[in-house]
Design a protein around this ligand. Structure first.
Ligand SMILES: [Zn+2]
Length: 296
């Protein structure tokens, strides 16, 4: 039996989970607090270290730390590069060095969508999948790949950047600098705008209540997501796609058109055996995945 801490920091909240690895892994303890962004990157990193030190003092036998963060990271150096959704100047910020010093234990850094994929594959809706695509829908569109049962990180840990594949060659500009990325079409504020609503939650509620513009907006977003997912299925033959994030609450209203789009476009593998499902771990997936990553 071993215990591992995972931290998942976003622009709004910092979540943590202690995972116990035994014959059957389980989540021992979780916590959440508002991210301290008052001092930019410095206060965020300080808070990460403080939370880790507190958990190490309170929970016996924690052996490692994984830190999940949104954006572009240099996981091997333990340094951040570009994090648009947490206030601060994130180019070249040391996270893992100070963490290792603070808790005197091994620590590792991982992109939050990769952590989501790892957690859902190990504990949630991706259990048993040989090849899995995890998709996180929120402020951005993230992704992570499990290939032959293992998290696949690729060059500089950036494999799985599902949201930054081009869907419309001359589409809207994306935060990454490209035009027509899936993220520019299917991130939360783009979906809300396409639905004529102020948020994705309002868009889902309006679509459920029969609002035609909202229904159309959601179908369009699902179509773009389905095109992106089809590209991944063709290239990597994933047999499971697990979708998480706020808009996953739309459930079948979102999942079904994605399945239809895959069935329409993929003709090189048996799509009837590819499952598209919602994540099972809710808001804790990122912290759990970070803990799993830190434990390896
Ligand atoms: Zn992009």
């Amino acid at each position: 039996m071993s215990r591992h801490l995972g931290l998942d920091v976003g622009g709004t909240n910092l979540k943590w989970a202690v995972v116990e690895r035994d014959l059957e892994p389980r989540v021992l303890k979780t916590g959440v607090l508002p991210t301290d962004t008052r001092g930019g990157e410095q206060s965020v990193v300080r808070q990460l270290l403080d939370v880790a030190k507190t958990v190490f003092a309170d929970v016996e036998g924690v052996e490692s730390v994984g830190v999940g963060m949104p954006g572009v990271l240099e996981p091997e150096a333990g340094v951040t590069k570009f994090i648009p959704n947490i206030p601060g100047h994130w180019d070249g910020v040391q996270v893992i060095g100070p963490m290792t010093d603070a808790v005197r234990s091994p620590a590792r850094l991982i992109n939050d969508a990769r952590a989501f994929a790892l957690a859902e594959h190990g504990f949630g809706a991706g259990r048993g999948a040989r090849a899995m695509l995890g998709i996180t829908l929120g402020t951005g569109v993230g992704g992570g790949l499990i290939l032959d049962g293992q998290l696949y990180l690729g060059h500089e840990g950036t494999a799985g950047e599902f949201g930054h594949q081009t869907i419309l060659p001359d589409g809207p500009r994306c935060g990454c600098g490209n035009h027509g990325c899936l993220e520019a079409l299917a991130r939360a504020d783009a979906i809300a705008a396409a639905c004529g609503q102020s948020s994705v939650e309002a868009a889902v509620a309006a679509a459920r209540a029969g609002d035609e513009r909202a229904q159309h907006g959601l179908r369009e977003a699902a179509r773009y997501l389905g095109i992106g997912a089809s590209n991944v299925v063709v290239l990597l033959a994933v047999d499971r796609i697990v979708i998480g994030g706020g808009i996953a609450a739309a459930g079948e209203m979102l999942l079904d058109p994605i399945r239809q789009e895959i069935a329409r476009r993929v003709h090189v593998t048996d799509v009837a055996r590819i499952t598209v499902v919602a994540g099972e771990l809710g808001i804790w997936a990122g912290a759990i995945g970070a803990a799993l990553h830190g434990s390896t």
